[in-house]
Design a protein around this ligand. Structure first.
Ligand code: NAG
Ligand code: NAG
Ligand code: NAG
Ligand code: NAG
Ligand code: NAG
Length: 366
């Protein structure tokens, strides 16, 4: 008598269940309030997206065309700010609590000075700079303040936010205009150019280039589909004999992050050599996507403990088979959209009709 076994990938029933689940789950750009250490800002010719959670920032000359997308590492001293803004051509302000750090380069922390924030400039929901002024948005109150100096509140004045400018995810300014990012709507994620938030003057919409969306928090959920954790049957072991038997063998098991399954996200990014390369930027962004709440297309799991390097290991599997019964080997896999991209360490042997229900990963740290 011979031992019959076959490898089965995602069974059809599970495929359809997965598709059903995906329809039910949302994907969205994470708003500023739920994305600590993340912000957008701009200078005269560059726009920036700061991602403290992945330790780097993107610089572009055009978010709509996705032009000149350079990614640099963020200096630790400039990481985890509550807010980021850029003044004129050359100065970045990183706000933390009641003080701010002013530097000429957030990648090198050059020229750092720390100053205190005037009480009238504290506790804002958004900060940006344009026209040589600083702006502080208090979104819940529907107002914003403008000042020449955040330490002295020089020429400080408060305006009401026009209703069209109120429900934004992010606000950022460049030298001579400012922008806000609206939630994902029928035309996707868009940013609006404005010259006056009090009147919604010249509000004009543009869409983000997909290569830019990939770098925004929650963006991978929009470009690839939301993430999902699924137990997948990777092997069925069967013994048709009449007797009890112990089946024991080496089974190849794939572990780690399969970057190839993810449609390329770094393609037109020019990634600075100073970034750590072992894991790769797409792995870091994917890890961040998995940690998000389901509302933002995440799975709320912490995958730091997983092996992110793609390898195939030989697992020795030994199972006691009852006469005529089958044994099933399940692996926990995390997918983005329809493709499994992270193959986890966890294997379970379970009933054929009931895949395991536990989530074998710790919850995300928020
Ligand atoms: C079932 O197990 C027995 C005992 O280990 C083995 O001799 C036999 O070849 C197995 N039969 C099949 C069909 O795999
Ligand atoms: C703000 O005022 C402080 C105190 O007078 C001064 O040191 C600082 O240079 C001013 N900053 C700007 C941007 O004008
Ligand atoms: C400004 O208001 C007009 C009319 O309500 C609207 O069509 C336009 O989209 C608004 N602009 C922005 C930036 O919201
Ligand atoms: C099952 O076990 C019994 C007792 O050990 C043995 O006589 C019999 O040949 C076995 N049957 C098969 C199909 O291996
Ligand atoms: C990539 O970025 C570096 C550093 O900013 C720059 O020197 C280089 O010209 C860029 N390469 C391309 C192809 O844009």
């Amino acid at each position: 008598m011979e031992l019959r076994w076959r490898v089965s990938h995602l069974p059809t029933a599970w495929m359809s269940l997965l598709r059903w689940r995906l329809c039910k789950i949302m994907a969205a750009i994470v708003p500023k309030k739920d994305a600590p250490g993340v912000d957008l800002c701009g200078t005269d010719q560059y726009y920036y997206i700061v991602r403290s959670d992945v330790g780097c920032y993107m610089r572009s000359t055009n978010f709509n065309k996705g032009e000149d997308l350079d990614v640099f590492s963020l200096h630790p001293a400039c990481s985890n700010g509550d807010h980021y803004l850029a003044y004129d051509d050359d100065l970045f302000y990183i706000i933390k609590g009641t003080s701010f750090r002013c530097v000429s380069d957030i990648g090198t922390d050059e020229g750092a000075i720390v100053c205190s924030l005037h009480p009238s400039c504290q506790g804002g929901d958004h900060y940006f700079s344009a026209f040589g002024n600083f702006y502080i948005v208090y979104q819940n109150q529907g107002v914003y303040r403008r000042t020449k100096n955040m330490t002295t509140y020089k020429d400080g004045i408060e305006y009401s936010l026009h209703p069209d400018c109120k429900d934004a995810l992010y606000y950022y300014g460049i030298k001579d205009c400012y922008y806000f990012v609206r939630p994902h709507e029928e035309w996707g994620v868009q940013y609006y150019r404005c010259t006056n938030f009090n009147t919604n003057e010249s509000g004009q919409a543009s869409s983000f280039h997909p290569s830019v969306i990939n770098f925004l928090p929650g963006g991978l959920g929009l470009t690839h589909g939301p993430s999902a954790g699924v137990w997948t049957c990777i092997k069925t072991i069967k013994n048709d004999s009449q007797n009890h038997t112990t089946w024991s063998n080496k089974v190849p098991v794939t572990q780690g992050f399969d970057k190839e399954k993810l449609s390329p996200i770094e393609n037109n990014w020019n990634i600075s050599a100073s970034l750590p390369v072992e894991t790769g930027l797409s792995a870091l962004l994917t890890k961040s996507q998995f940690s998000l709440a389901p509302t933002y297309g995440g799975s709320n799991v912490n995958t730091d403990g997983e092996n992110w390097k793609l390898t195939t290991i030989e697992e020795t599997i030994s199972v006691l088979l009852e006469p005529g019964k089958e044994a099933y080997v399940w692996q926990y896999q995390l997918s983005l959209g329809s493709d499994a991209v992270l193959f986890c360490r966890d294997l379970r042997f379970d009933d054929p009709n009931k895949p395991p229900v536990v989530i074998p990963l710790p919850p995300a740290k928020h």
